[in-house]
Design a protein around this ligand. Structure first.
Ligand SMILES: Nc1ncnc2c1ncn2[C@@H]1O[C@H](COP(=O)(O)OP(=O)(O)OP(=O)(O)O)[C@@H](O)[C@H]1O
Length: 764
């Protein structure tokens, strides 16, 4: 297996992925990265959870960064040649910026004393120099009564410090503020107090001091800001402040390791003049556009890119997330300041393009991630429309590169799209038609309400989907409708038993509809101690709720979904209940279990569901609750329609009778899935322990198992075979120096080639 160096990935990117614990590229990364770095169009498919994001994001970042560096070098050399006066004057003076302030914000001629005299409005201003590396400090001393907020912000932030996700403030009332959230921090300050503002780009934190006294960490920089320059920012209401960036001695020395912003090394700082002026990104226009089929997925890819790019400097690469359901104002501002890589959903990205806010004339990469899903959700036309706007001319590095990553390359729709937008693509199909990660075990729990009467139990209550609200149901009724209602109830009882038997700490639970998710949430909440218990996280309250859960459903707002996913990832809740749409492509590291409350009606969706476990070579278990009787379920063909809210005899009829339900035959669906897996799925034993064949496999996979309840179930969520072998680690260590040297030589060779090419271009 190749090391990352052997794929041609730059050392800064290798450092970032090593910090994520990635030692070796996955097979799709080893295949795709060199081809993308080589400039070709690529169509790739690999099994779910195999590291496709890194396979396209790393080379895209590398080429984008090279392009930015080349452009910057060209700009520097042309200003050198012209004997540019500004360049000769050295680095930009570190003062408050008269050109980046509100009209009510007044500045002294030296740019170090400021005041805003309006009693009604806040006035803000930023410094001329920001930092994206190292540890820097400045002081602000209150020179008159009034309201002050001091802190840090990017060029994309509004001047109203702390009111959007690009700025961080500390106010005189003892509140810290970010993204309009004002929380108690430190202590109040006022006239003659000196506030020290500390930005630690290495540790990704912001902190403050008052008259030299540390007030503790205030903010952890979010991933999307790491590597971006943060500028000193002040916001005043009828107040006056004096700032010192370190050009004169500080009143209170910063902690060891911090330097005054004015004395920070050039390699760690950015000047506002480097940031392009407004107008569709100035000369920092998007070089790569990455489309994802869902908002959560786009956010995940965007966050990955933010992590990968953290050591790419001078200049730092800027990435922005453009998805629907969020406020476009900050996205627009970021675009105006200049963005290099856009990750988004098709609708929002196209909106920005069509309104002229997102320039397409420099796009070098068009990446379609989960291309099959993008097409499934009807984006064919918008993809083509977007593609037609990109420059396609040019050769070699100037040519538009199209990368198409898909769960399958075998669908006619994906093929047809590739024919239209790819140029002689290289196909990497590591998947074949029906591959499922080998790291996933599959079991089922047969649910037969005719044999197991626990569905009659009424406490705690279960909530079903109202499909049978108008049918006669009860203990002594023998009708398909009654058994259908009964199995819906029984499955929730079984769910509880499975969660208990396998002592699940974390599990993703799939339901068919958003309504089913809501009902299951209510059930788990009542199991765990009444409504509202769902978000009572272990860490948050110190109270253990064994059934704490959150919902990731399409019907919830983006903020709710984001909070739900984060709570689950942080381990604050145990169970994440979701629909297929919401969970496609979601990456939760080391997730041990997936439960299907109902089988999906397409066997490929089963593959995607179970692909949430068994990722990155960890072991996972997929458990399906399978009904032995037909189950009637809602079938909503009209988007947004919620027939379950007012079931009547018209809509509870089946589709062929003009209603909105279908009879679901899980026995048949199970057969389809088993055919796809090419093997039967064994059932859990009546005591819900793992079947012997799976116990044997788990034991043989390297860790011996030995958990209680589920036997070897404690293996799930762990690396197969106990992680990377000693032998592999030794090999990586042995080849590392040689490969690093090779990478250095190659970089030098390529740089001198580009220099020669530029000189040659200047001569002709
Ligand atoms: N080289 C690597 N070494 C270790 N872990 C890796 C490596 N590459 C990716 N991973 C991890 O594997 C997991 C799956 O990666 P990723 O989400 O990119 O997979 P995917 O193929 O896009 O999955 P899906 O098809 O479900 O979208 C992530 O947690 C990621 O951090």
């Amino acid at each position: 297996m190749a090391a990352f160096e052997e794929t041609g990935v730059a050392p800064e990117l290798i450092r970032a992925v090593e910090e994520l614990g990635w030692t070796l590229p996955t097979p799709i990364q080893a295949e795709a990265v060199p081809l993308i770095l080589g400039g070709g169009d690529v169509m790739a498919a690999a099994e779910t959870g195999s590291g496709k994001t890194g396979a396209f994001a790393l080379p895209v970042l590398q080429i984008v960064h090279e392009a930015l560096r080349t452009r910057q070098a060209a700009r520097r050399s042309s200003s050198d040649a012209a004997g540019d006066a500004a360049a000769a004057a050295g680095p930009a003076a570190c003062v408050l910026n008269a050109e980046d302030r509100d009209p009510v914000f007044a500045l002294s001629p030296d740019g170090l004393r400021c005041q805003a005299r309006s009693e009604q409005a806040w006035g803000g201003c930023r410094g001329t120099v920001g930092a994206f590396g190292g540890r820097v400090y400045y002081e602000a001393t209150v020179a008159d009564e009034g309201l002050c907020r001091v802190g840090w912000s990017t060029q994309a932030a509004s001047l109203d410090l702390g009111t959007d996700k690009h700025s961080f403030g500390f106010g005189g009332t003892g509140k810290k503020s970010h993204n309009r959230s004002f929380d108690s921090y430190g202590e109040a300050y006022g006239l003659h107090d000196t506030i020290g503002c500390l930005l630690d780009c290495e540790g990704g934190t912001i902190a403050f001091t008052k008259n030299g006294k540390p007030l503790g960490p205030a903010f952890q920089l979010p991933q999307y800001l790491q590597g971006q320059a943060l500028y000193p920012a002040i916001c005043l209401k009828n107040a006056e402040l004096v700032v010192n960036f370190g050009s004169t001695p500080f009143q209170h020395q910063p902690p060891p390791g911090f330097v005054g912003l004015a004395a920070a090394p050039r390699a760690h700082t950015a000047s506002w003049q480097d940031a392009p002026a407004g107008g569709a990104g100035g000369d920092r226009k998007p070089l790569a556009i990455i489309l994802e089929p869902a908002r959560d997925l786009a956010e995940q890819t965007h966050n990955n890119i933010s992590l990968f790019r953290k050591h790419l400097r001078d200049p730092a690469v800027r990435n922005e997330l453009l998805v629907g359901g969020t406020n476009p104002a900050a996205q627009l501002r970021a675009l105006q300041e200049g963005v290099d890589i856009v990750v988004g959903t098709p609708g929002r990205v196209m909106d920005f393009i069509e309104t002229g806010k997102l320039a397409t004339d420099q796009v070098k990469f068009f990446v379609l991630d989960e291309a099959d899903r993008l097409l499934d959700t009807g984006n064919q036309e918008v993809i083509m429309k977007m593609f037609r706007r990109f420059p396609k001319a040019g050769a070699g590095v100037a040519r538009l590169q199209v990368l198409l990553f898909s769960a399958t390359l075998h669908s006619p729709e994906v093929r047809a799209l590739a024919d239209k937008i790819c140029q002689n693509p290289i196909i990497i199909d590591l998947k074949g038609k029906d591959a499922v990660p080998e790291t996933v075990d599959h079991v089922l729990v047969p649910c037969d309400p005719r044999e197991d009467r626990s569905w009659l139990q009424s406490n705690p209550p279960v909530f079903t989907d109202n499909c049978h609200a108008l049918d006669q149901t009860g203990p002594n009724i023998d009708s398909p409708e009654n058994w259908s209602e009964a199995v819906k109830r029984l499955k929730q009882r079984y769910l509880q038993r499975v969660l208990d038997a396998l002592q699940m700490e974390q599990c993703l639970i799939f339901c068919r509809t958003n309504f089913d998710c809501d009902n299951l949430e209510r059930f788990l909440n009542s199991l765990g101690g009444g409504s509202g218990a769902g978000f009572r996280g272990k860490r948050e309250s110190g109270v253990e709720n064994p059934y704490s859960c959150v919902v990731l459903g399409g019907a919830r707002s983006m903020d709710e979904r984001r909070a739900a996913l984060q709570a689950f990832k942080d381990g604050d809740v145990r169970f994440l209940i979701c629909t297929d749409v919401a969970a496609r492509g979601i990456d939760i590291q080391g997730l041990p279990y997936v439960i299907n409350m109902t089988l999906p009606d397409r066997s490929e969706d089963y593959i995607h569901r179970v692909g949430r476990v068994g990722r990155a070579d960890t072991m996972g278990l997929a458990i399906s609750l399978v009904s032995s009787v037909p189950e009637k379920v809602w079938y909503c063909s009209i988007k947004g329609n919620k027939p379950w809210l007012q079931p009547d005899s018209n809509n509870t009829k089946t589709i062929d009778q003009g209603g909105q339900t279908i009879w679901y035959d899980e026995a048949q669906l199970l057969q389809d899935i088993e055919k796809r897996l090419s093997r039967p799925i064994p059932a859990l034993a009546p005591d819900l322990s793992l079947p012997p064949e799976i116990m044997a496999r788990v034991a043989g996979s390297g860790g011996g198992g030995g958990g209680t309840g589920g036997g070897g179930a404690t293996q799930y969520g762990q690396q197969r075979g106990g992680g990377v072998s000693q032998e592999v680690m030794e090999r990586v260590q042995a080849v590392r120096p040689a490969v690093q040297e090779l990478a250095r030589l190659e970089f030098e060779a390529q740089s001198s080639f580009f220099m020669l090419k530029r000189k040659w271009a200047a001569v002709v």
